[in-house]
Design a protein. Structure first.
Length: 341
């Protein structure tokens, strides 16, 4: 800056001076005589500073390796929009337009995912913390979902009284017997056979039962294994009573007054038995059945009682068969269990 000596004050007076050329960068100037209004100044080493054009709405300075940066705008990508305004840039995401087929990694729960990378059939998800999910593997058939320690878990349902539970149902149209070899044991106190529309292929067949102690590998048929008694009445008014104190089978309907095999005749009813797993008592069966015939009686209702007293061993199988050893023409027999407590 120019100056001159003031003899009156004894000091140097500095004053402004007009320069005809810009001050070089090396001398502390810009080296430029004019600059773009609103432009961004760019250094060029010892050369004069240059200015970019004035940025428009949303433009930002973007670097270019090895050369001057330049002004540009942000480009919208997949599922995004960019809105430029004076002094602001707004980037929005349209979640409905996101292509999720190419996502990588595992999306956690706070981001809207599960935090799990694999699943098995039957898995159930639950929150183990306020911000994460875990999975509970599939339970066994018949299990119920309960809480243990505040989280879900599978467990075997507690036994309860008063409700019949279906154990097994068989519908047949052939075969010499209907055998129940599983599901009979200590799980229930009382067991019930619901018998529907049974008929034999032969005529006048008695409906019989036998039991097994070895899951149906053999069926008890000793000469004095069973005792049974039947009391009934026919639609004609005829009374029927029969029984045996020592027999090879339990007779639900007597052999000498069996069912016929017409298309419209059948036998239906209910048979109950108790404590099959007990080893202290004989096994008792009780029930009632109705059968229709095409003889003069037309319809007969019978009450039936029997027991297996060959031993007090536990039993685990029940067999239904016809007295003549013939085949079943049709039958549906269902086994249910009831817990008394």
């Amino acid at each position: 800056m120019p100056f001159r000596y003031n003899p009156f004050s004894g000091k140097l007076d500095f004053y402004e001076a007009s320069l005809s050329t810009p001050v070089d960068v090396a001398d502390g100037g810009t080296g430029a005589s004019t600059l773009t209004d609103g432009g961004v100044l760019l250094g060029s080493g010892a050369s004069a500073i240059t200015a970019t054009s004035q940025p428009t709405d949303g433009q930002v300075l973007i670097g270019n390796t090895g050369s001057d940066p330049s002004l540009g705008t942000i480009t919208a990508g997949n599922a995004t929009t960019v809105t430029n305004a004076p002094g602001s840039i707004t980037v929005a995401v349209d979640e409905s337009a996101i292509d999720r087929t190419n996502l990588t990694g595992v999306l956690d729960a706070p981001s809207g995912g599960t935090g799990q990378s694999s699943f098995a059939v039957g898995d159930i998800f639950y929150a183990d913390t306020a911000s994460s999910l875990t999975k509970l593997g599939v339970g066994s058939n018949g299990d119920v979902l309960t809480l243990a320690g505040g989280v879900p878990t599978w467990s075997t349902p507690a036994a309860g009284g008063g409700a019949w539970t279906l154990i097994e149902s068989q519908t047949v149209s052939t075969g010499t017997s209907v055998d129940f070899k599983t599901g009979i044991g200590s799980t229930y106190d009382v067991y019930w056979f619901a018998i529907h529309n049974c008929a034999p292929t032969g005529n006048f067949q008695g409906f019989w039962m036998r039991i097994s102690e070895d899951g149906g590998s053999t069926w008890k048929s000793g000469a004095s294994d069973y005792a049974w008694a039947i009391s009934g009445i026919a639609s004609s008014g005829t009374a029927y009573n029969a029984g045996d104190t020592a027999d090879t089978q339990m007779e639900v309907t007597p052999t000498n007054d069996g069912i016929t095999n017409n298309a419209y005749t059948s036998l239906s009813g209910n048979i109950y038995f108790y404590d099959p797993s007990s080893t202290a008592l004989n096994k008792y069966f009780v029930g009632d059945v109705v059968q229709s015939n095409d003889d003069t009686d037309k319809l007969t209702r019978r009450e039936f009682g029997a027991n297996y007293y060959g031993t007090t061993n536990a039993i685990n199988g029940v067999q239904f068969l016809w007295s003549g050893g013939g085949n079943f023409l049709r039958a549906t027999i269902s086994l249910y269990g009831l817990s008394e407590s």
